[in-house]
Design a protein around this ligand. Sequence first.
Ligand SMILES: Nc1nc2c(ncn2[C@@H]2O[C@H](COP(=O)(O)OP(=O)(O)O)[C@@H](O)[C@H]2O)c(=O)[nH]1
Ligand SMILES: [Mg+2]
Length: 440
Amino acid sequence: MLDRLKEGLQAAIRRILSASTVDEQLIKEFVKDTQRALLQADVNVKLVFDISSKIEKRAIDGELPPGLSRKDYILKILYDELTNIMGSEGRLELPTNRVNVILLMGIQGSGKTLVSAKLARYLQKRGYKVGLVCTDTFRPGALVQLKTYAKDIGIDVFGDEKFDDSIKVAIEGVRHFKEKKNVIIVDTAGRHKEEKGLLEEMRQISSKIAPDLTLLVIDGTIGQQCYAQSEAFHKAVPVGGIIVTKLDGAAKGGGALAAAAATGAKILFIGTGERVDDLEAFSPTRFVGRLLGLGDIRTLIERAKELEIEADEKKVQRMISGKMTMDDLYFQLEQVKKMGSLRRIFELIPGLSSAIPKESLEELEVRMKRWKNIIQSMTKAEKESPEILNSSRIRRIAMGSGTHEKEVKEMLAKYRQTKAIMKASKGREMRQLLKRMATE
Ligand SMILES: Nc1nc2c(ncn2[C@@H]2O[C@H](COP(=O)(O)OP(=O)(O)O)[C@@H](O)[C@H]2O)c(=O)[nH]1
Ligand SMILES: [Mg+2]
Protein backbone atom coordinates (compact mmCIF):
# COMPACT_ATOMS: atom_id res chain seq x y z
CA MET A 1 0.00 0.00 0.00
CA LEU A 2 1.30 3.47 -0.91
CA ASP A 3 4.57 1.91 -1.96
CA ARG A 4 6.11 4.97 -3.52
CA LEU A 5 5.44 7.25 -0.60
CA LYS A 6 6.79 4.61 1.72
CA GLU A 7 9.92 4.13 -0.34
CA GLY A 8 10.52 7.89 -0.50
CA LEU A 9 10.11 8.41 3.22
CA GLN A 10 12.21 5.39 4.06
CA ALA A 11 14.97 6.65 1.79
CA ALA A 12 14.89 9.93 3.73
CA ILE A 13 15.17 8.01 6.97
CA ARG A 14 18.05 5.94 5.66
CA ARG A 15 19.92 9.13 4.83
CA ILE A 16 19.73 10.14 8.48
CA LEU A 17 20.48 6.70 9.87
CA SER A 18 23.50 6.08 7.68
CA ALA A 19 25.14 9.47 8.27
CA SER A 20 28.17 9.61 10.51
CA THR A 21 27.39 13.08 11.81
CA VAL A 22 24.14 14.96 11.84
CA ASP A 23 24.56 18.58 10.84
CA GLU A 24 22.39 21.29 9.38
CA GLN A 25 23.31 20.35 5.85
CA LEU A 26 22.16 16.76 6.39
CA ILE A 27 18.91 17.86 8.01
CA LYS A 28 18.17 20.11 5.04
CA GLU A 29 18.75 17.23 2.64
CA PHE A 30 16.54 15.00 4.76
CA VAL A 31 13.78 17.60 4.70
CA LYS A 32 14.11 17.86 0.91
CA ASP A 33 13.79 14.08 0.55
CA THR A 34 10.67 14.18 2.68
CA GLN A 35 9.20 17.04 0.66
CA ARG A 36 9.76 15.22 -2.57
CA ALA A 37 8.11 12.05 -1.28
CA LEU A 38 5.06 13.94 -0.04
CA LEU A 39 4.67 16.01 -3.19
CA GLN A 40 4.84 12.88 -5.29
CA ALA A 41 2.05 11.41 -3.20
CA ASP A 42 0.00 14.50 -4.12
CA VAL A 43 0.00 16.07 -0.69
CA ASN A 44 -1.03 19.72 -0.97
CA VAL A 45 1.97 21.99 -1.65
CA LYS A 46 1.22 24.42 1.14
CA LEU A 47 0.82 21.58 3.59
CA VAL A 48 4.12 20.08 2.47
CA PHE A 49 5.97 23.34 2.98
CA ASP A 50 4.34 23.90 6.34
CA ILE A 51 5.32 20.52 7.62
CA SER A 52 8.81 20.57 6.18
CA SER A 53 9.62 23.93 7.74
CA LYS A 54 8.33 22.65 11.07
CA ILE A 55 10.46 19.53 10.78
CA GLU A 56 13.52 21.53 9.84
CA LYS A 57 13.08 24.02 12.65
CA ARG A 58 12.49 21.40 15.31
CA ALA A 59 15.31 19.18 14.06
CA ILE A 60 17.85 22.00 14.07
CA ASP A 61 16.78 24.13 17.02
CA GLY A 62 14.80 21.72 19.14
CA GLU A 63 16.22 20.72 22.46
CA LEU A 64 17.14 17.09 22.54
CA PRO A 65 14.99 15.16 25.06
CA PRO A 66 17.14 13.29 27.55
CA GLY A 67 18.04 9.79 26.50
CA LEU A 68 17.33 10.35 22.82
CA SER A 69 19.99 10.56 20.15
CA ARG A 70 19.78 13.34 17.55
CA LYS A 71 18.95 10.74 14.93
CA ASP A 72 16.10 9.23 16.93
CA TYR A 73 14.86 12.68 17.68
CA ILE A 74 14.64 13.58 14.02
CA LEU A 75 12.69 10.41 13.26
CA LYS A 76 10.34 11.18 16.10
CA ILE A 77 9.74 14.67 14.71
CA LEU A 78 8.96 13.25 11.29
CA TYR A 79 6.61 10.73 12.87
CA ASP A 80 4.86 13.44 14.93
CA GLU A 81 4.39 15.85 12.08
CA LEU A 82 3.16 13.24 9.63
CA THR A 83 0.74 11.86 12.21
CA ASN A 84 -0.53 15.38 12.69
CA ILE A 85 -1.47 15.88 9.07
CA MET A 86 -3.29 12.54 9.02
CA GLY A 87 -5.89 13.90 11.44
CA SER A 88 -7.01 12.77 14.85
CA GLU A 89 -7.91 9.28 15.99
CA GLY A 90 -11.51 8.36 15.37
CA ARG A 91 -13.54 5.33 16.26
CA LEU A 92 -16.83 4.02 15.11
CA GLU A 93 -19.02 3.84 18.19
CA LEU A 94 -22.48 2.43 17.84
CA PRO A 95 -24.67 1.89 20.89
CA THR A 96 -26.07 -1.62 20.98
CA ASN A 97 -29.27 -0.68 22.76
CA ARG A 98 -30.84 1.04 19.78
CA VAL A 99 -31.07 0.94 16.01
CA ASN A 100 -28.23 2.83 14.30
CA VAL A 101 -28.95 4.13 10.86
CA ILE A 102 -25.81 4.79 8.82
CA LEU A 103 -26.06 6.75 5.59
CA LEU A 104 -23.27 6.29 3.06
CA MET A 105 -22.71 8.95 0.48
CA GLY A 106 -20.14 9.69 -2.19
CA ILE A 107 -19.89 10.07 -5.91
CA GLN A 108 -20.34 7.30 -8.44
CA GLY A 109 -17.50 4.83 -8.42
CA SER A 110 -16.03 5.98 -5.12
CA GLY A 111 -16.72 2.56 -3.66
CA LYS A 112 -19.91 3.05 -1.65
CA THR A 113 -21.54 -0.21 -2.54
CA LEU A 114 -18.46 -2.25 -1.77
CA VAL A 115 -17.92 -0.25 1.43
CA SER A 116 -21.49 -0.94 2.57
CA ALA A 117 -20.78 -4.64 2.33
CA LYS A 118 -17.37 -4.25 3.98
CA LEU A 119 -18.84 -2.24 6.82
CA ALA A 120 -21.68 -4.71 7.24
CA ARG A 121 -19.11 -7.48 7.49
CA TYR A 122 -16.99 -5.51 9.96
CA LEU A 123 -19.96 -4.85 12.23
CA GLN A 124 -21.41 -8.32 11.87
CA LYS A 125 -18.15 -9.71 13.22
CA ARG A 126 -18.52 -7.46 16.23
CA GLY A 127 -21.90 -8.89 17.04
CA TYR A 128 -24.18 -6.38 15.38
CA LYS A 129 -27.20 -7.44 13.37
CA VAL A 130 -26.87 -5.56 10.13
CA GLY A 131 -29.31 -4.85 7.30
CA LEU A 132 -28.37 -3.21 4.00
CA VAL A 133 -30.63 -0.90 2.04
CA CYS A 134 -29.95 -0.27 -1.64
CA THR A 135 -31.36 3.08 -2.73
CA ASP A 136 -29.49 3.23 -6.00
CA THR A 137 -32.46 3.15 -8.31
CA PHE A 138 -30.45 4.78 -11.02
CA ARG A 139 -27.76 2.38 -12.05
CA PRO A 140 -29.02 -0.93 -13.44
CA GLY A 141 -27.36 -3.74 -11.61
CA ALA A 142 -26.69 -1.78 -8.43
CA LEU A 143 -29.00 -4.00 -6.42
CA VAL A 144 -27.55 -7.17 -7.90
CA GLN A 145 -24.03 -5.97 -7.04
CA LEU A 146 -24.95 -5.34 -3.42
CA LYS A 147 -26.83 -8.61 -3.14
CA THR A 148 -23.86 -10.49 -4.53
CA TYR A 149 -21.52 -9.11 -1.90
CA ALA A 150 -24.12 -9.59 0.83
CA LYS A 151 -24.91 -13.17 -0.07
CA ASP A 152 -21.33 -14.25 0.56
CA ILE A 153 -21.40 -12.84 4.06
CA GLY A 154 -24.99 -13.65 4.93
CA ILE A 155 -26.39 -10.13 5.25
CA ASP A 156 -29.99 -9.18 4.39
CA VAL A 157 -30.55 -6.62 1.66
CA PHE A 158 -33.63 -4.48 1.10
CA GLY A 159 -34.29 -3.18 -2.38
CA ASP A 160 -36.31 -3.86 -5.49
CA GLU A 161 -35.45 -3.32 -9.13
CA LYS A 162 -38.97 -1.96 -9.62
CA PHE A 163 -38.46 1.02 -7.34
CA ASP A 164 -37.62 4.29 -8.96
CA ASP A 165 -37.82 6.70 -6.05
CA SER A 166 -34.64 6.46 -3.99
CA ILE A 167 -36.01 8.51 -1.12
CA LYS A 168 -38.98 6.22 -0.78
CA VAL A 169 -36.75 3.14 -0.84
CA ALA A 170 -34.60 4.64 1.90
CA ILE A 171 -37.63 5.25 4.11
CA GLU A 172 -39.12 1.83 3.46
CA GLY A 173 -35.79 0.08 3.92
CA VAL A 174 -35.23 1.65 7.31
CA ARG A 175 -38.78 0.77 8.31
CA HIS A 176 -38.31 -2.79 7.07
CA PHE A 177 -35.23 -3.45 9.22
CA LYS A 178 -36.13 -1.34 12.25
CA GLU A 179 -37.48 -4.22 14.34
CA LYS A 180 -34.97 -6.84 13.23
CA LYS A 181 -31.57 -5.19 13.16
CA ASN A 182 -29.44 -2.87 15.23
CA VAL A 183 -27.49 -1.38 12.35
CA ILE A 184 -29.05 -0.32 9.07
CA ILE A 185 -26.64 0.76 6.36
CA VAL A 186 -28.14 2.81 3.56
CA ASP A 187 -26.17 2.73 0.31
CA THR A 188 -26.96 5.54 -2.08
CA ALA A 189 -26.52 6.41 -5.74
CA GLY A 190 -23.81 8.83 -6.74
CA ARG A 191 -24.71 9.47 -10.29
CA HIS A 192 -23.94 13.14 -10.89
CA LYS A 193 -20.38 13.98 -10.19
CA GLU A 194 -20.44 16.63 -7.46
CA GLU A 195 -23.60 17.98 -8.95
CA LYS A 196 -26.29 19.89 -7.17
CA GLY A 197 -28.76 17.11 -7.90
CA LEU A 198 -26.79 14.54 -6.00
CA LEU A 199 -26.22 16.76 -3.00
CA GLU A 200 -29.90 17.67 -3.00
CA GLU A 201 -30.87 14.01 -3.04
CA MET A 202 -28.55 13.35 -0.10
CA ARG A 203 -30.08 16.25 1.77
CA GLN A 204 -33.55 14.85 1.21
CA ILE A 205 -32.71 11.27 2.12
CA SER A 206 -30.92 12.49 5.20
CA SER A 207 -33.83 14.62 6.36
CA LYS A 208 -36.28 11.77 5.79
CA ILE A 209 -34.40 8.94 7.51
CA ALA A 210 -32.51 11.05 10.09
CA PRO A 211 -29.34 8.93 10.10
CA ASP A 212 -27.42 8.53 13.34
CA LEU A 213 -24.22 8.70 11.35
CA THR A 214 -23.40 9.86 7.85
CA LEU A 215 -20.22 8.54 6.33
CA LEU A 216 -18.59 9.91 3.23
CA VAL A 217 -16.83 7.49 0.90
CA ILE A 218 -14.01 8.98 -1.17
CA ASP A 219 -11.85 7.43 -3.82
CA GLY A 220 -8.24 7.72 -2.62
CA THR A 221 -6.84 7.73 -6.14
CA ILE A 222 -8.02 11.32 -6.67
CA GLY A 223 -5.44 12.65 -4.22
CA GLN A 224 -5.79 16.13 -2.80
CA GLN A 225 -9.04 16.72 -4.69
CA CYS A 226 -10.52 14.86 -1.74
CA TYR A 227 -10.59 18.16 0.06
CA ALA A 228 -13.02 19.89 -2.29
CA GLN A 229 -15.20 16.83 -2.52
CA SER A 230 -15.46 16.42 1.23
CA GLU A 231 -16.25 20.08 1.68
CA ALA A 232 -19.06 19.97 -0.86
CA PHE A 233 -20.71 16.96 0.77
CA HIS A 234 -20.17 18.26 4.26
CA LYS A 235 -22.00 21.45 3.37
CA ALA A 236 -25.01 19.47 2.16
CA VAL A 237 -25.09 16.93 4.99
CA PRO A 238 -22.80 17.04 8.02
CA VAL A 239 -20.23 14.26 7.67
CA GLY A 240 -19.56 12.16 10.75
CA GLY A 241 -16.64 10.29 9.31
CA ILE A 242 -14.78 9.52 6.13
CA ILE A 243 -13.81 6.30 4.45
CA VAL A 244 -11.01 6.58 1.91
CA THR A 245 -11.02 3.70 -0.57
CA LYS A 246 -8.64 2.16 -3.10
CA LEU A 247 -5.54 2.82 -1.06
CA ASP A 248 -4.06 -0.45 -2.27
CA GLY A 249 -1.29 0.83 -4.42
CA ALA A 250 -2.74 4.31 -4.96
CA ALA A 251 0.13 6.68 -5.75
CA LYS A 252 -1.90 9.64 -4.53
CA GLY A 253 -3.11 7.98 -1.34
CA GLY A 254 -0.99 10.16 0.93
CA GLY A 255 -2.50 13.28 -0.56
CA ALA A 256 -5.99 11.84 -0.28
CA LEU A 257 -5.61 11.07 3.41
CA ALA A 258 -4.03 14.40 4.26
CA ALA A 259 -6.72 16.27 2.32
CA ALA A 260 -9.56 14.35 3.90
CA ALA A 261 -8.10 14.96 7.35
CA ALA A 262 -7.68 18.67 6.59
CA THR A 263 -11.46 19.08 6.39
CA GLY A 264 -11.58 18.30 10.08
CA ALA A 265 -13.68 15.16 9.65
CA LYS A 266 -12.16 11.98 11.02
CA ILE A 267 -11.05 9.22 8.73
CA LEU A 268 -12.58 6.12 10.27
CA PHE A 269 -11.68 3.44 7.75
CA ILE A 270 -9.58 2.84 4.70
CA GLY A 271 -10.36 0.47 1.88
CA THR A 272 -7.40 -1.57 0.75
CA GLY A 273 -8.73 -4.00 -1.81
CA GLU A 274 -11.69 -5.43 -3.61
CA ARG A 275 -12.67 -8.12 -1.15
CA VAL A 276 -15.22 -7.57 1.61
CA ASP A 277 -12.51 -8.13 4.18
CA ASP A 278 -10.30 -5.35 2.84
CA LEU A 279 -11.38 -2.67 5.28
CA GLU A 280 -9.10 -1.38 8.01
CA ALA A 281 -9.92 0.82 10.95
CA PHE A 282 -7.77 3.89 10.40
CA SER A 283 -5.46 5.16 13.06
CA PRO A 284 -3.07 8.01 12.13
CA THR A 285 -0.37 6.83 14.51
CA ARG A 286 -0.41 3.25 13.34
CA PHE A 287 -0.66 4.28 9.74
CA VAL A 288 2.34 6.60 9.89
CA GLY A 289 4.27 3.94 11.78
CA ARG A 290 3.74 1.62 8.86
CA LEU A 291 4.60 4.26 6.29
CA LEU A 292 7.89 4.87 8.00
CA GLY A 293 8.60 1.19 8.19
CA LEU A 294 8.39 1.01 11.95
CA GLY A 295 5.98 -1.85 11.55
CA ASP A 296 3.02 -2.57 13.65
CA ILE A 297 2.45 -5.99 14.94
CA ARG A 298 -0.83 -4.91 16.50
CA THR A 299 -2.54 -4.39 13.16
CA LEU A 300 -1.50 -7.84 12.08
CA ILE A 301 -2.87 -9.40 15.20
CA GLU A 302 -6.17 -7.56 14.86
CA ARG A 303 -6.41 -8.75 11.32
CA ALA A 304 -5.71 -12.32 12.26
CA LYS A 305 -8.40 -12.17 14.90
CA GLU A 306 -10.80 -10.59 12.49
CA LEU A 307 -10.52 -13.39 10.08
CA GLU A 308 -11.43 -15.85 12.75
CA ILE A 309 -8.46 -18.02 12.32
CA GLU A 310 -9.28 -20.48 14.94
CA ALA A 311 -7.59 -23.53 16.18
CA ASP A 312 -9.62 -26.21 14.54
CA GLU A 313 -9.02 -29.05 16.96
CA LYS A 314 -10.20 -31.71 14.55
CA LYS A 315 -7.82 -30.60 11.84
CA VAL A 316 -4.96 -30.32 14.28
CA GLN A 317 -5.72 -33.76 15.63
CA ARG A 318 -5.71 -35.23 12.17
CA MET A 319 -2.43 -33.58 11.32
CA ILE A 320 -0.83 -34.71 14.54
CA SER A 321 -1.79 -38.27 13.97
CA GLY A 322 -0.04 -38.07 10.64
CA LYS A 323 -3.26 -38.22 8.69
CA MET A 324 -2.96 -34.82 7.12
CA THR A 325 -4.85 -34.74 3.82
CA MET A 326 -4.54 -32.50 0.82
CA ASP A 327 -7.67 -30.70 2.00
CA ASP A 328 -5.82 -29.80 5.18
CA LEU A 329 -2.97 -28.36 3.17
CA TYR A 330 -5.49 -26.47 1.06
CA PHE A 331 -7.07 -25.12 4.23
CA GLN A 332 -3.70 -23.82 5.36
CA LEU A 333 -3.11 -22.10 2.05
CA GLU A 334 -6.58 -20.57 2.24
CA GLN A 335 -5.92 -19.19 5.70
CA VAL A 336 -2.85 -17.44 4.47
CA LYS A 337 -4.74 -16.06 1.50
CA LYS A 338 -7.48 -14.73 3.74
CA MET A 339 -4.93 -12.65 5.58
CA GLY A 340 -4.32 -10.74 2.40
CA SER A 341 -1.19 -10.68 0.38
CA LEU A 342 1.90 -12.07 2.01
CA ARG A 343 3.70 -8.84 1.44
CA ARG A 344 1.08 -7.01 3.41
CA ILE A 345 1.41 -9.42 6.28
CA PHE A 346 5.15 -9.00 6.34
CA GLU A 347 4.82 -5.24 6.18
CA LEU A 348 3.08 -5.34 9.50
CA ILE A 349 5.90 -7.15 11.21
CA PRO A 350 8.65 -4.82 12.39
CA GLY A 351 11.90 -5.31 10.58
CA LEU A 352 10.63 -8.00 8.27
CA SER A 353 9.48 -5.88 5.39
CA SER A 354 12.92 -4.66 4.53
CA ALA A 355 14.55 -8.01 5.23
CA ILE A 356 12.62 -9.87 2.56
CA PRO A 357 13.10 -8.93 -1.06
CA LYS A 358 9.85 -8.13 -2.80
CA GLU A 359 10.51 -10.53 -5.61
CA SER A 360 10.82 -13.61 -3.50
CA LEU A 361 7.53 -12.88 -1.73
CA GLU A 362 5.74 -12.40 -4.98
CA GLU A 363 7.18 -15.64 -6.23
CA LEU A 364 5.94 -17.39 -3.13
CA GLU A 365 2.49 -15.99 -3.64
CA VAL A 366 2.36 -17.15 -7.21
CA ARG A 367 3.50 -20.60 -6.14
CA MET A 368 0.83 -20.82 -3.48
CA LYS A 369 -1.81 -19.92 -6.01
CA ARG A 370 -0.58 -22.63 -8.35
CA TRP A 371 -0.53 -25.18 -5.56
CA LYS A 372 -4.13 -24.43 -4.82
CA ASN A 373 -5.01 -25.01 -8.46
CA ILE A 374 -3.18 -28.31 -8.28
CA ILE A 375 -5.11 -29.44 -5.22
CA GLN A 376 -8.36 -28.40 -6.84
CA SER A 377 -7.60 -30.63 -9.79
CA MET A 378 -7.34 -33.71 -7.62
CA THR A 379 -10.14 -36.19 -7.11
CA LYS A 380 -11.57 -36.75 -3.68
CA ALA A 381 -9.73 -40.04 -3.33
CA GLU A 382 -6.44 -38.45 -4.33
CA LYS A 383 -6.86 -35.66 -1.82
CA GLU A 384 -7.55 -38.12 0.94
CA SER A 385 -4.72 -40.47 0.10
CA PRO A 386 -2.09 -38.70 -1.99
CA GLU A 387 0.00 -41.91 -1.91
CA ILE A 388 -2.02 -43.18 -4.84
CA LEU A 389 -0.64 -40.48 -7.09
CA ASN A 390 1.31 -42.28 -9.79
CA SER A 391 2.87 -40.68 -12.82
CA SER A 392 -0.23 -40.84 -15.01
CA ARG A 393 -2.36 -39.25 -12.31
CA ILE A 394 0.28 -36.58 -11.83
CA ARG A 395 0.27 -35.86 -15.56
CA ARG A 396 -3.51 -35.50 -15.55
CA ILE A 397 -3.43 -33.14 -12.56
CA ALA A 398 -0.72 -31.01 -14.11
CA MET A 399 -2.77 -30.65 -17.26
CA GLY A 400 -5.99 -29.97 -15.39
CA SER A 401 -4.43 -27.28 -13.25
CA GLY A 402 -2.39 -25.66 -15.99
CA THR A 403 0.87 -26.45 -14.23
CA HIS A 404 3.82 -28.76 -14.85
CA GLU A 405 4.37 -32.25 -13.55
CA LYS A 406 7.45 -30.96 -11.83
CA GLU A 407 5.36 -28.54 -9.81
CA VAL A 408 2.90 -31.22 -8.78
CA LYS A 409 5.81 -33.32 -7.59
CA GLU A 410 7.31 -30.37 -5.72
CA MET A 411 4.06 -29.77 -3.98
CA LEU A 412 3.77 -33.43 -3.03
CA ALA A 413 7.26 -33.32 -1.59
CA LYS A 414 6.32 -30.27 0.46
CA TYR A 415 3.20 -32.03 1.63
CA ARG A 416 5.15 -35.09 2.74
CA GLN A 417 7.66 -32.91 4.51
CA THR A 418 5.00 -30.96 6.38
CA LYS A 419 3.24 -34.14 7.29
CA ALA A 420 6.44 -35.63 8.67
CA ILE A 421 7.17 -32.53 10.71
CA MET A 422 3.66 -32.52 12.08
CA LYS A 423 3.96 -36.10 13.11
CA ALA A 424 7.40 -35.76 14.64
CA SER A 425 6.60 -32.66 16.65
CA LYS A 426 3.15 -33.99 17.50
CA GLY A 427 1.79 -30.83 15.95
CA ARG A 428 3.38 -28.70 18.64
CA GLU A 429 4.40 -25.99 16.22
CA MET A 430 1.07 -25.93 14.49
CA ARG A 431 -0.75 -25.79 17.79
CA GLN A 432 1.44 -22.98 19.02
CA LEU A 433 0.93 -21.02 15.86
CA LEU A 434 -2.82 -21.42 15.90
CA LYS A 435 -3.00 -20.66 19.59
CA ARG A 436 -0.94 -17.53 19.15
CA MET A 437 -3.17 -16.39 16.33
CA ALA A 438 -6.36 -17.08 18.21
CA THR A 439 -5.48 -15.60 21.58
CA GLU A 440 -3.13 -12.67 21.17
N1 LIG B 1 -8.73 -1.94 -5.48
C1 LIG B 1 -9.81 -1.46 -4.84
N2 LIG B 1 -10.95 -1.33 -5.51
C2 LIG B 1 -12.03 -0.84 -4.87
C3 LIG B 1 -11.97 -0.48 -3.51
N3 LIG B 1 -13.19 0.00 -3.16
C4 LIG B 1 -13.96 -0.10 -4.26
N4 LIG B 1 -13.28 -0.60 -5.30
C5 LIG B 1 -13.76 -0.84 -6.67
O1 LIG B 1 -14.24 0.36 -7.23
C6 LIG B 1 -15.32 0.11 -8.11
C7 LIG B 1 -16.53 0.97 -7.72
O2 LIG B 1 -17.03 0.52 -6.48
P1 LIG B 1 -18.57 0.62 -6.10
O3 LIG B 1 -18.74 0.09 -4.74
O4 LIG B 1 -19.44 0.04 -7.15
O5 LIG B 1 -18.73 2.22 -6.10
P2 LIG B 1 -20.05 3.08 -5.96
O6 LIG B 1 -20.41 3.53 -7.33
O7 LIG B 1 -19.66 4.25 -5.10
O8 LIG B 1 -21.09 2.24 -5.33
C8 LIG B 1 -15.61 -1.37 -8.02
O9 LIG B 1 -15.00 -2.00 -9.11
C9 LIG B 1 -14.95 -1.78 -6.72
O10 LIG B 1 -14.54 -3.12 -6.74
C10 LIG B 1 -10.70 -0.63 -2.80
O11 LIG B 1 -10.54 -0.31 -1.61
N5 LIG B 1 -9.66 -1.14 -3.54
MG1 LIG C 1 -23.02 1.81 -5.88
